[in-house]
Each structure stands twice: as structure tokens, then as C-alpha cells.
Design a protein around this ligand. Structure first.
Ligand code: NAP
Length: 487
């Protein structure tokens, strides 16, 4: 897993990052040296300074080469500049190395007062990290209508679900919740739910529950101690994990890991907090705990427990706490806090315990791009998306005339997912973006590409179309959903 140097140590890549990043990372590395962990590092850059050098990805080639070699990264936060640079360098790093699992643990800390103090919060959000709306596939379909594609694959679901169960086992946790919006997005979010329900029986030692994500947010605020592991899609996980950070005292205490089968990147949940940069006042705990997660990933369990125990002991003592906990006028400097933790290495807290960790078994799924192979498939029609300033009735009548002599009949027209033609009697606002659904008149037949192209030509003779989607059946099941109000 790790690259071993000539001196027999494990080599990692360190990216100090932007804003408060270098202070946090320095603090973590000081602790790493203090516990004498058999780790060496090489420092590489990414983020704002790289964007300024004109590298649009924010990640230079020598950083990519280093990560390809070491496979393990400890990273400070990277600023996503507004106005220059194309994409977030963070997202680029996560995606370049297929770190599909974003692991965000939170636990209650002694002497970090929150409205939840005393309730023993100790949970992990496992967020799918590369798919979903973060696929970043966006189009302006009309000048006034935007579309972002939510891409969820069965392969991606299988990897993240298995990862969540394996993580629960490795950390001695007994329960996994799968949080989805499958009630609304039956295919995309439903894929995670179905995969979870299929795989759960392989882990009989772990209780498996599905929960609708909005109720999950509600339950997290009401009774967070009921959760141990929450597995969820990318966007849901992004939001839920910021919420869970707030439950235990804020971003200064929230570590994370981006784990793939080849590479793992460890970083705080927080960003570069530019207003505190260079002031030696921020809380480095999140980055230190991210490093603790890294040590466990590298199977340096003793070093990890020693550092985590020293943090817990320092907080339990309560003498030295940072400004985010006690107010910046009274808070310890970042370096003082780090030195206090170093002085406490080897001590164990009285009121809280570090859990026992075992190595995690990373799920192995076949690399084959085709993950689901149906016995039968059939194209039964096509959705054609058109831009027009017409209202639904004249549009529907014009389309019916255009296809009167074709193999297709107009089934319905919808605006933003709600059927507006044939008229339903409902009061629906419309925009200049309609989905027009055509089905084969021959219900047992299969639409050919030639027929579809001819249909597009007919429609294009009168209307501006911008997108088509084939309507398919797989093993006799509809591979498309009905519009709201469609029979
Ligand atoms: P942020 O940097 O996370 O800071 C938000 C607030 O959280 C801070 O103002 C501060 O709160 C608190 N905070 C964060 N880290 C802290 C720490 N270590 N100690 C104490 N308090 C801490 O979020 P942002 O201001 O929205 O984003 C700034 C930049 O970071 C942006 O360019 C963003 O794109 C980037 N970012 C990067 C990552 C990453 O690299 N993974 C993640 C998120 C954001 P108070 O103001 O209440 O004191």
C-alpha cells in the first residue's frame, strides 16, 4: 500500500495548502516527529499559488507524480479562487485518483461545549466522493434554463456501500444508516438504496437501516447519538457532514479522509479560513486528526492512538484551548496548543476512550466498465427537449401535426417535470424548456436510430431542440420515469 523509502520508512506526500493550511500542517508534522512514527514526507504544492502560475487545474505535474508514487497524501486546505483557475483543485485531486470514499468522523470532545455536550456523539459520515452532481456535467439548455446531470452508477454505489460496512467492522461499529432521497429520485438515489439493501445481508453482524435524507438531517439535530455510520451520495454527504461538524464544536475539530483503492488523501473538512491566515490562532485539531486517520490507514495504530489520546487528554485538562472554543481574546496560540499536546504524549484521558481500530478491507469490485448486463433491452420512444416561447396547448397541437405521419405519437409534454399537455386542468407555470415525449405507435416494436433521426428532423423543421433522450426498457422494466401528472 505505502511506498517504503531506503531507510525503511513509509513515504507520504505533504501539501501545506493555502491560508491557514501551512500552520495546521506544521502542527501535525511536529506531532508526527514527536511520536517518532516511521514516516517520511516530500512536500509538494497545489492550490492558489499554482493557479497563479497559470496551471488551470491547480495541481502541477510534479505533485501528481509524487502522489502516484507515495499513494498517501496529507493535505492542508486549498483555496478555490474566484475569478481565475477553472475548477476546484480539491475536487480535481479527489477525482484524479478515484478516491471514492470521503470519510468524515465526528465525536464529542471533552471541554468543547456545545448544546449536545454529554450525549456521546460518535459517528462517521461516509460520503460517495466522485459521482452525483459533482460529476460537474452542466449545460445551459436555453438562455434561461440550466441543467446539471446527477450521475449515479451501480458500480459507484457498490463501492461506497461495501466501504461503509467494512469501515463499520474495522472500527467496531454496529449500525449503518443509508441516507437517500430515493422517494423522489427513484433511479439515481434509489440505486444507492437498492444496492445497500442487497449488500446488507452480507454483513449480518451490522444493523442496516435506510433513512430518507431530509429526516436524517432532522434526526441528526434531534438525536444525533442514534447514528454510528451514515452512507450517502455526494451532495447529501457534503451537507450532512458540515452539519455533523457543527454538532461537536465546529470545523476546527472535523477531520476527513478521501480513500480509494490506490490513493488516500487526508485533510480537514474546513477550508483555508483566509481571515485567520498567518496569525497563529486557529485550531489545528482537524488536520492533526486527519493525520491520525492517515496513520491508521498506514497501519501505524500505536502512533495514531498516542496522538489521539494526547489531544483528548489536553482538551480534558482544559488549560490550553484554541480561540474557536474559548474566544479569540482568551484562546491559546496554535503553537502553544500543539506544544501542549506534545507534552501530553503518552497520557490517556480519563473520561473518554479511543476506540479500537482494525485494518479496513477495501472493497474490490470488478474493473469492467459494464457492471449490469440486462438479458433484454428495447428502445420504446424518445424524449425530445425543445425551446419555444409557445404555451403548452399550441405547442402540443403543433407537435401532433408534425408527427401525424410518423411511427411515433406524442404521449405528453412536460415543463420542468410536470405534465402540461394534454391539458390536466392544473395551474402550472411554464418556461421556454419543454420535454416532449414520443412513444412508438407499435407498442411491441423497437424504435430504430433512423426513425428517431427522422423524428428529430420533423421537429427541427419547426422548433429549436437542444437535447434528446432515448426511452429504454431493460429486462421489461421502464428505464425512465413518468412526468408528474402523467398516466
Ligand atoms: P472555511 O475556510 O472552512 O472557514 C469558515 C469558518 O470556519 C472560518 O471563518 C472559521 O469560523 C471556521 N474555521 C475553519 N477552520 C478553522 C480552524 N482550523 N480553526 C478555527 N476555526 C476554523 O470556509 P470558507 O471561508 O467558506 O472557505 C475559504 C476557502 O477555503 C475557499 O476558497 C474555499 O473554496 C476553500 N475550501 C477548501 C476546502 C478544502 O481544501 N478541502 C474545504 C472547504 C473550503 P469563524 O469565522 O466563526 O471563526
Amino acid at each position: 500500500m505505502a511506498y517504503i523509502t531506503e531507510s525503511g520508512k513509509k513515504l507520504i506526500t505533504v501539501i501545506p495548502g493555502d491560508g491557514i493550511g501551512p500552520e495546521c500542517v506544521e502542527s501535525a508534522l511536529k506531532l508526527l516527529q514527536a511520536v517518532n512514527a516511521p514516516i517520511e514526507w516530500e512536500v509538494r504544492d497545489a492550490g492558489a499559488s499554482v493557479f497563479r502560475r497559470g496551471i488551470e487545474s491547480g495541481v502541477p505535474q510534479d505533485t501528481i507524480e509524487s502522489i502516484r508514487k507515495t499513494r498517501v497524501v496529507l493535505k492542508g486546505p486549498l483555496e478555490t479562487p474566484v475569478g481565475y483557475g477553472e475548477k476546484s483543485a480539491n475536487v480535481t485531486l479527489r477525482k484524479l485518483f478515484e478516491t471514492y470514499a470521503n470519510v468524515r468522523p465526528v465525536r464529542e470532545f471533552p471541554n468543547v461545549p456545545t448544546p449536545y455536550s454529554g450525549r456521546g456523539i460518535d459517528l462517521v459520515v461516509v460520503r460517495e466522493n466522485v459521482e452525483d452532481l459533482y460529476a460537474g456535467i452542466e449545460h445551459m439548455q436555453t438562455p434561461g434554463v440550466a441543467q446539471t446531470l446527477k450521475i449515479i452508477s451501480r458500480k459507484g454505489c457498490e463501492k461506497i456501500v461495501r466501504f461503509a460496512f467494512e469501515l463499520a467492522r474495522a472500527e467496531g461499529r454496529r449500525k449503518v444508516h443509508c441516507a437517500t432521497k430515493a422517494n423522489i429520485m427513484k433511479f439515481a438515489e434509489g440505486m444507492l438504496k437498492r444496492t445497500f439493501e442487497e449488500i446488507a445481508p452480507e454483513y449480518p453482524d451490522i444493523e442496516a437501516n435506510h433513512i430518507i435524507v431530509d429526516n436524517c438531517a432532522h434526526q441528526l439535530v434531534k438525536r444525533p447519538e442514534q447514528f454510528e455510520v451514515i452512507v450517502t451520495t455526494n451532495m447529501n454527504g457534503d451537507i450532512l457532514s458540515d452539519l455533523t461538524s457543527a454538532l461537536i464544536g465546529g470545523l476546527g475539530f472535523a477531520p476527513s479522509a478521501n480513500i480509494g483503492n490506490e490513493v488516500a488523501i487526508f485533510e480537514a473538512v474546513h477550508g483555508s479560513a483566509p481571515k485567520y491566515a498567518g496569525q497563529n490562532v486557529i485550531n489545528p485539531t482537524a488536520v492533526i486528526l486527519s493525520m491520525v486517520m492517515m496513520l491508521r490507514y498506514l497501519e501505524e495504530f500505536e502512533a495514531a492512538a498516542t496522538i489521539e489520546n494526547a489531544i483528548l487528554y489536553t482538551l480534558e485538562e482544559g488549560r490550553v484551548r484554541t480561540g474557536d472554543v474559548v474566544g479569540y481574546d482568551k484562546g491559546a496560540k496554535t503553537t502553544e496548543y500543539t506544544d501542549a499536546i506534545i507534552a501530553n504524549l503518552g497520557k490517556k484521558p480519563r473520561t473518554v476512550q479511543v476506540r479500537d481500530y482494525r485494518p479496513i478491507q477495501l472493497p474490490q469490485v470488478p474493473p469492467d466498465p459494464v457492471f449490469v448486463r440486462p438479458q433484454t433491452r428495447r428502445v420504446v420512444g424518445v424524449d425530445v427537449f425543445v425551446e419555444t416561447d409557445l404555451y403548452p396547448e399550441p405547442l402540443g397541437r403543433a407537435l401532433e401535426q408534425l408527427v401525424a405521419e410518423s411511427p411515433f405519437k406524442l404521449k405528453m409534454v412536460s415543463s420542468r417535470g410536470t405534465k402540461v399537455y394534454p391539458p390536466t386542468g392544473a395551474i402550472t407555470d411554464v418556461v421556454d424548456h419543454y420535454r416532449c415525449r414520443f412513444l412508438l405507435r407499435d407498442e411491441a416494436g423497437e424504435a430504430t436510430d433512423a426513425q428517431i433521426l427522422e423524428l428529430i428532423q420533423r421537429i427541427g423543421s419547426r422548433f429549436r431542440w437542444m437535447h434528446i433522450e432515448k426511452l429504454q426498457e431493460f429486462d421489461g422494466s421502464m428505464g425512465y420515469t413518468k412526468a408528474q401528472g402523467e398516466d
